[in-house]
Design a protein around this ligand. Sequence first.
Ligand code: UD1
Ligand code: MG
Length: 453
Amino acid sequence: MKNFSAIILAAGAGTRMKSSLPKVMHALSGKPLIKWVIDAVSSLKPDNIVVVLGHEADKVEEYLAKINVKNLKIVYQKEQLGSAHAVMQVRKVLKSYGGNILVLSGDVPLIEKNTLAFLIKDNQKVNSSVAVLAAEVSDPFGYGRIVKKDGFLEKIVEEKDANILEKRINLINSGIYCFDKNLWKALSKVKPNNVKKEYYITDTIAILKGMGKTASLTVTKNENEVKGINNRLELSQAETLLEYKKIKELFENGVSIIDANNVYISYDAKIGQDSVIYPGVFIGESVIIGKNCVLKGSSYITNSNIGSDSVISYSYINGAIIGKNVKVGPFSHIRPGSVLKDNVKVGNFSETKKAIISKNSKVNHLSYIGDAEIGEDVNIGAGTITCNYDGLNKHKTIIGSRSFVGSNVNFVAPVKVGENVVIAAGSTVTRDVPSGKLAIARARQELKRRIIK
Ligand code: UD1
Ligand code: MG
């Protein structure tokens, strides 16, 4: 494949989304639409990726700055006068560029990199001035229709401009094209002669043909990958397509999903063999789960690793690293920075945050463990709280291995407890406890004579 540069159109208002968020920033399986397109095209290593922004540009720009994409440039389309007008704004950046120019829509997220590679190669093979990626779809409503003459691509007609016969055509324009350098000349000839009075990129096909150039078609058999997203229904349909694909992949890899219609699993989740997912589980972005795990109830897991043989029940887990054979829940909140090592148990209405809980330790009931380091084989009794916040700063609690913490203990941080310590139930620990000691820090029980009147 010869060199190419990519243009991603993302300046449109996306009015059909009825949203204050720019259309291309709407999330599909947790990832903004535009990132899907960027990922597909980046994997082919283009010389440049030029994104055209306009409507709510600052919101998209802020996101693009964060994700740091190689060779990415931004140009602005101040007024959204149509897709051809949008591409025209890139001329100043690419006018002396010699390679092919791949034009993509920021709202066609499911496009596969292999299809893009095929489109570029196809174009270079037949040496056409434009290759249009098309697909035969069951419902062509809303798409530009591919009009052929004598079996060859003649022009593209938009839904609103199509006559009755053209509306019956099922071969649609994906909004993805591979041009040669004649693009700029063709664009300068586009006129807004259509119902919407916009400058349409699709008009360049008939224009190039009129200039004596060749226009070719590359047809993908996968109609799902060219689905455009213009409203919330289409966004939800794309979500369903991705979900179906992911669930199929997991089944093929030996994961059991009891009710495939009642789970959400992000496209990038990795789940090991013989793990079982019960109904109601939500697995968001960046989750890795080992083998033989059981995920039960309405557990919500994002951005976390879970080791093999672990059981998660009705729990909310975000930004955590969980080891092997760990039990979480029912009803636990495992917050960012939590590290639960092998064989740990955190359960029954407990919360952890920035807490390292070492091997075999238990936080079984109604506890808050925040900004803490807990050693191995520690038992934390019911209702134990690390008082980590003094109203201004956060402080740390350290508890050594093999210590036993009775029920209803408060650790007023910063505080350090040694190894093999016993903390009596009901204690409020304000001072460090050396290893091997029994600490009692509570009011002594008194027995008094009962006065009966
Ligand atoms: C477009 C195509 C249609 C195709 C469909 C595929 C045109 C005229 N029509 O229709 O043939 O079947 O995509 O999904 O191109 N944009 C700008 N600036 C503008 C206008 C649009 O950057 O002034 C961007 C949008 O942000 C979007 C893309 O161009 O990413 C396509 O625009 P959209 O309004 O979604 O066009 P469709 O009606 O979907
Ligand atoms: Mg669209």
